[in-house]
Design a protein around this ligand. Structure first.
Ligand code: ATP
Ligand code: MG
Ligand code: FE
Length: 340
């Protein structure tokens, strides 16, 4: 069984072909960094236009890489949200058109489900339930992944996402865009103990996250220390918060997870991966992190989530709407009244 995956929810246009037995037959990706860099962040209108230009050639190239025709594909999985509505619509409409033309089922994939299940593409032994730290550009959540479509959100950020904090810190330090890799490179040259920075919500009872105060603290010390020391100290503070909050979530679990898992763009960070690996080891848990290319946005994770959903008998009608907001755990989202 072969799934074509399409991703266009932010600033990566991507197409991939993945089999139900975890072979990545092809994956193509075109980033838009150069187009957005002058603005220091993703400009939705520019992103949507770039997806329109890039997507069809990427799908054609991915099929050619795999030596396949559209007729060989068993189903088409496209990101249907959450994300920038213009971009999501480009990918979803393309997926619908291909599904209609080829007479194949459509699978409308939640981008966050793509991140959440991506570790199962790279690790065939990863079984449910697992505790997932989902750390990306727009999200910072702890989820108990109980099965395909069964996500229990234990915690989320009350303000910024972890990736957003990396991106804003990079901007404040003048390190460029996208910020995560730039901060990690600068941090490698700095002293993580040089700059006193806060650890928001560290020690609090609920395992929620907060990063806005950390970003503001970075803005206050800029110029007082070498940027490398600020980057290293910022990264250490983020890691501290992630570990403290994940520990809290582990302590509150009523089931024993099969593994501690990290996914999303920030999971590409070496310090984050290393600290989580240590935490898992101290708890006697297996640690699973996807390879770096599978952490940041890509279409293989969308194809894989499509394969998992298809195997569970889940397909979607061609009038499925794009959803700029689409929580993985609607029940948890509904109790946001307390600010979370
Ligand atoms: P979401 O998945 O929440 O919709 P997104 O798709 O924009 O958001 P991802 O592509 O999953 O996010 O991740 C991008 C984020 O990951 C960016 O904020 C980026 O700075 C961060 N990131 C990427 N690589 C690293 C790294 N090495 N260290 C820290 N952060 C990183
Ligand atoms: Mg991106
Ligand atoms: Fe993402």
């Amino acid at each position: 069984m072969i799934i074509l995956g399409i991703e266009s929810s932010c600033d990566e246009t991507a197409a991939a072909l993945v089999t139900a037995d975890r072979q990545v037959l092809a994956h193509r990706l075109l980033g838009q960094e150069a187009a957005h860099a002058p603005f220091g962040g993703v400009v939705p209108e520019i992103a949507a236009r770039a997806h329109v230009e890039a997507l069809e050639p990427l799908i054609v190239a991915a099929l050619a890489d795999a030596g396949l025709k559209l007729a060989d594909v068993d189903a088409i999985a496209a990101t249907a949200g959450p994300g920038l509505i213009g971009g999501v619509m480009v990918g979803l409409v393309t997926g619908k058109a291909l599904a209609h033309a080829a007479g194949k089922p459509l699978i409308a994939v939640n981008h966050l489900e793509g991140h959440a299940l991506s570790p199962r593409l790279s690790d065939p032994d990863l079984a449910f339930p697992y505790l997932l730290l989902l750390v990306s550009g727009g999200h910072c959540q702890l989820l108990l992944v109980e099965g395909v479509g069964a996500y229990r959100r234990l915690a989320t950020t009350i303000d910024d996402a972890a990736g957003e904090a990396f991106d804003k810190t990079a901007k404040i330090l003048g390190l460029g865009f996208p910020g995560g890799p730039a901060v990690e490179r600068a941090a490698a040259l700095g002293n993580p103990k040089a700059v006193p920075l806060p650890r928001p919500l560290k020690g609090s009872a609920e395992p929620h996250f907060s990063f806005a105060g950390l970003k503001s603290a970075v803005a206050r010390v800029v110029g007082d220390y070498p940027p490398e020391d600020i980057a290293a100290s910022f990264q250490a503070a983020v890691v501290d918060c992630l570990i403290d909050r994940t520990t809290r979530a582990l302590n509150g679990l009523t089931v024993t997870p099969t593994a501690l898992v990290v996914a999303g763009g920030v999971a590409a960070n070496g310090a984050v991966r290393g600290a989580l690996q240590t935490l898992a080891a101290t708890r006697g848990l297996r640690f699973v992190a996807p390879p770096l290319w599978l952490c940041t946005d890509n279409a293989a994770m969308i194809a894989w989530a499509g394969a998992e959903r298809f195997a569970a008998g889940l397909t979607d009608p061609l009038d499925t709407a794009a959803r700029p907001r689409w929580p993985l755990d609607p029940a948890a989202e509904a109790v946001r009244g307390a600010g979370v």
